[in-house]
Design a protein around this ligand. Structure first.
Ligand SMILES: [Cu+2]
Length: 120
């Protein structure tokens, strides 16, 4: 029993504040790069966010050719031109999985350029 109490105490007092700090800092920008699959693909292929959170912004650059990021569930479509930095604000997302992908044929493996946003 004492061990369980200690575990709960550590979680609430030590880990939880650290987690909140982490969430706050990642809600500023999620920095990612768009690259053809041959060059390494999306630098992040699985984005985990807290459901219903406002103000989560993706900061995206293309490091090779012109790409786009499409998030069809939220009608997001943004062209990514090499050398330009694009900021994409995500709307509050209900819990669930949402796909994102590039819709500009950018390479022979273009169809592999996809990822998932997981709202927890
Ligand atoms: Cu593409």
């Amino acid at each position: 029993m004492k061990r369980v109490f200690t575990l709960v105490f550590i979680t609430l007092v030590v880990i939880a504040p650290a987690t909140m700090t982490f969430m706050a800092s990642t809600s500023d920008y999620i920095v990612m790069e768009a690259r053809t699959p041959e060059n390494g693909n999306w630098s992040i292929e699985r984005i985990m966010i807290q459901a219903e959170t406002e103000g989560i912004i993706l900061r995206i650059t293309s490091t090779d050719v012109v790409h786009s990021i499409e998030i069809p569930d939220f009608e997001i479509s943004v062209e990514l031109v090499p050398g330009e930095v694009m900021f994409v604000e995500l709307p509050p997302m209900p819990q669930g999985l949402y796909s994102f992908f590039c819709h500009i044929p950018c390479s022979p493996l273009h169809l592999d350029m996809k990822g998932i946003i997981e709202a927890l």
